[in-house]
Write a protein of this length. Structure first.
Length: 144
């Protein structure tokens, strides 16, 4: 993985929040990827950029319909994310929605290789700091 891509992701993540609606999911959204048909290789250089205005529209739309106790985002530290991104073969991340036995929603992060496969033998992340209660102060991505 190119250092610029890792640095860009780390800068984005170190800002405080990984939002459920705009997380860095490097999987394809086209029909071929959804059915595991012939997908082009993942390179780690795909452009997933979004403007703040568009990101805010997405996150606020989700938050306006989410249950009162819903997890709106989770924070994961730089070192944890770097451990997933720097493992051999990783070109990106995939972030899964999960649910603990008590019903709490969580995010599970796994590395992804150039064929789009999850690197399940490497580091996996969970135990992010949920928002709420730990949220960015005055973020335009959060309802207030």
């Amino acid at each position: 993985m190119k250092n610029g891509t890792v640095s860009r992701i780390i800068r984005l993540l170190s800002g405080g929040l990984i939002l459920t609606c705009i997380v860095l999911s490097l999987g394809r959204s086209d029909a071929a990827a959804q059915t595991n048909q012939s997908v082009p290789p993942f390179t780690g250089t795909e452009n997933h950029s979004i403007s703040l205005a568009d990101a805010a529209k997405l996150t606020l739309a989700y938050q306006s319909t989410a249950p009162a106790n819903a997890v709106l985002a989770e924070y994961f530290g730089r070192n944890a994310v770097t451990s997933v991104l720097t493992q051999p073969g990783a070109v990106g991340l995939r972030i899964y929605h999960g649910r603990q036995t008590d019903g709490k929603e969580v995010m599970v992060i796994v590395g992804v290789d150039s064929a789009g496969n999850d690197l399940t033998n490497g580091p996996l992340l969970e135990f992010g700091f949920g928002c709420p209660p730990i949220c960015g102060i005055a973020s335009p991505l959060m309802r207030h």
